[in-house]
Design a protein around this ligand. Structure first.
Ligand code: ADP
Ligand code: MG
Length: 267
């Protein structure tokens, strides 16, 4: 089944008219302009768009690391003003783990730091999620002994162990080789089948968006604005043909305007 669309009920996350800007000494960079979207419980919500369109900036704002210059972001009705254990981030970089801590200690760390669990309970919770990402045998290893894919699994386990309202993933598989990336995509879907967690997943890969997502928000290039929101191909109907057709539609929506603009430019 696809995720619950909870129509009629309040969204888990409500992003309204959000403009995000960076002020540097010389410039004012507008990263996103008046972006609206809503995420419901158990959505696998994708932010898709070309490099530089403001996907990471938007995710950081949901994380509470950056305040909108316009609009607001609400989680369960409350305005997001700072980071919190209800929103956990997973990044692209392999160096997001603490190198001096073991796998288990890395996964336990936010549980302990936030006071969500302590002692034996934190250890058990950490091991439960380490087991879900199939790394039980490596629980006492340090990150430098792990492959890139394994490190990303630890980062996912660490985020999920906190059982956040929403997991925020910023191109978590983009630095992996193609085969590992596909394997990780499948594993993420298996984890979702298991716990139906809510995730916002950033990618610039159209096939990845279609494979992972239940809904896809298309963002235009700089500054990022909403172009469309699409339902992905339901997983129980996910034939190659349906996926290719949706990929072609998305490709057209993302790039047609640019091509036209270029043509006009060259006349
Ligand atoms: N710290 C920063 N200071 C100034 N500009 C930034 C900063 N981070 C990102 N930007 C700019 O904001 C825009 C959106 O960036 P980003 O959110 O990283 O895009 P994406 O994740 O979609 O590739 C880009 O033009 C980028 O150069
Ligand atoms: Mg980015």
């Amino acid at each position: 089944m696809t995720s619950t669309q909870s129509q009629g009920s309040a969204p888990l996350l409500d992003v309204r008219g959000v403009t995000l800007q960076y002020k540097t000494k010389e410039h004012l960079v507008t990263a996103t302009y008046r972006v609206d979207f809503q995420v419901f419980k158990s959505d696998r919500y994708i932010l898709l768009g070309p490099s530089g369109c403001g996907k990471s900036t938007l995710l950081k704002a949901v994380g509470g690391y950056l305040a909108p210059t316009e609009g607001e972001i609400r989680l369960k009705g409350a305005v997001v003003t700072k980071p919190g254990p209800d929103r956990m981030m997973v990044f692209q970089e392999f160096d997001q783990l603490l190198p001096w801590k073991t796998v288990k200690e890395n996964v336990m760390f936010p549980l302990l730091a936030s006071g969500k669990a302590s002692g034996r309970a934190a250890e058990e919770k950490a091991m439960q999620y380490i087991d879900k990402v199939k790394l039980s045998q490596f629980a006492d290893h340090h990150p430098h002994l792990l492959s890139g894919g394994m490190k990303q699994r630890v980062a996912i386990a660490r985020g999920m162990a906190m059982e956040p309202d929403v997991l925020l993933m910023d191109e978590p598989f983009a630095a992996l080789d193609a085969l590992t990336r596909r394997k990780m995509q499948e594993e993420l879907l298996q984890l979702w089948d298991d716990t139906h967690f809510t995730v916002i997943f950033v990618t610039h890969s159209i096939p990845e968006a279609i494979k992972i997502g239940s809904r896809i928000l298309l963002l235009s290039p700089h500054p990022g604005q909403v172009k469309a929101e699409l339902a992905s191909v339901p997983r129980d109907q996910a034939g190659a043909h349906a996926q290719e057709a949706l990929a072609a539609t998305i490709h057209e929506m993302l790039f047609t305007e640019q091509v036209e603009a270029q043509e006009v430019h060259h006349v």
